[in-house]
Design a protein around this ligand. Structure first.
Ligand code: ATP
Length: 232
C-alpha cells in the first residue's frame, strides 16, 4: 500500500496536529511521518512544539485536532487501556534525564519492562544484562542511577527503552544533559542498536551534531513542521 505513489505507508504519522496548553498554542497543524526503521530528527527552537509533538505521537497526550495513526490504527482514538498496552509493547521512551528509578540497580531498571510483560525475574535480569552489554555498560550492572555518570545513566535508559524490542523509540533530547563526548557515545549506541534491531527512532534535539545521526531531519517552527532545509 502506498500513499504517494511510491513510498510505503508510514509506520507512524501525525496529520494536522493542533494542541494548546491552556491558552498557549504549542502545535498549529503539524504533520509528520515516520517510516519503519527510520531515524528521524525533529529540530527547532525552544518553544516550537517539539516535546508536545513527541507526546502526541507517543500517545502520552491526545491532540485537540488532527490524527495520529500507528500501524494503520488511530492512536488518538484508542481507549486508554489499549493505548497503555500498546505503548508498553510497541514504544520505548527516553527523556533528557533518563528517568531511571533511583532505588533500582541498573540491571533491574532495564529488566523492569520485561517483568511488567510477564518475564520471570531471572529471565528479565539475563536479558537486561545482554542489553546493558550492547550499550557498553559493563561492571556497573548492580549500581544505582545515582552512582552512574550521566552518560552511563542515559545508556542504561536507552537499554531500558529497547529491551522489549519496540517498533518505535521516542527520544526527547537524550543527550541534552551530557557533555559532547558522552553525548556522542550515547548517540552512537542508540543509532547502531536501533539500526541493528530495525527500530524506528523519533529524535528530538536542538543540536545539529545529534541530528546528524538521523536518516532525515524535519524542523518545527512555531507549531508547524517544515521540510528539512540543507544549509547552503
Ligand atoms: N504543560 C504546559 N503548560 C503550559 N504551557 C506549555 C506546557 N508545555 C508546553 N507549553 C508551551 O507550549 C509551547 C511548546 O512547548 P514544547 O515544550 O512542546 O516546545 P519545545 O520545542 O519542546 O521546547 P524546548 O526545546 O524548550 O523543550 C511553548 O510555548 C511552551 O511554553
Amino acid at each position: 500500500m502506498t500513499d504517494d505513489g511510491g513510498s510505503p505507508a508510514p509506520l507512524l504519522a501525525g496529520r494536522g496536529l493542533v494542541k494548546a496548553h491552556g491558552r498557549t498554542p504549542a502545535l498549529r497543524g503539524a504533520s509528520i511521518a515516520l517510516g519503519a526503521g527510520e531515524i528521524l530528527a525533529v529540530t527547532g527552537p525552544s518553544g516550537s512544539g517539539k516535546s508536545t509533538l513527541l507526546h502526541l505521537l507517543a500517545g502520552i497526550v491526545r491532540p485537540d485536532e488532527g490524527s495520529v495513526t500507528y500501524a494503520g490504527q488511530r492512536l488518538d482514538r484508542l481507549p486508554e487501556q489499549r493505548l497503555t498496552e500498546l505503548r508498553r509493547t510497541d514504544f520505548g521512551v527516553v527523556f533528557q534525564f533518563g528517568q531511571l528509578i533511583p532505588e533500582l540497580t541498573a540491571v533491574d531498571n532495564v529488566g523492569l519492562p520485561l517483568l511488567l510483560a510477564g518475564a520471570s525475574r531471572a529471565e528479565a535480569r539475563r536479558r537486561a544484562g545482554e542489553w546493558l552489554e550492547r550499550f557498553g555498560v559493563r561492571g556497573q550492572e548492580e549500581l544505582r542511577p545515582g552512582e552512574l555518570s550521566g552518560g552511563q545513566a542515559q545508556r542504561v535508559a536507552l537499554a531500558r527503552a529497547l529491551v522489549t524490542g519496540p517498533e518505535v523509540v521516542f527520544a526527547d533530547e537524550p543527550t541534552g544533559a551530557l557533555d559532547s563526548l558522552a553525548g556522542e557515545q550515547v548517540m552512537t549506541a542508540l543509532a547502531r542498536t536501533a539500526r541493528e534491531a530495525g527500530t524506528a527512532v523519533l529524535l528530538i534535539t536542538h543540536d545539529a551534531q545529534v541530528a546528524a545521526y538521523a536518516d532525515r531531519e524535519v524542523r518545527l517552527s512555531d507549531g508547524l513542521v517544515l521540510p528539512a532545509e540543507v544549509a547552503a
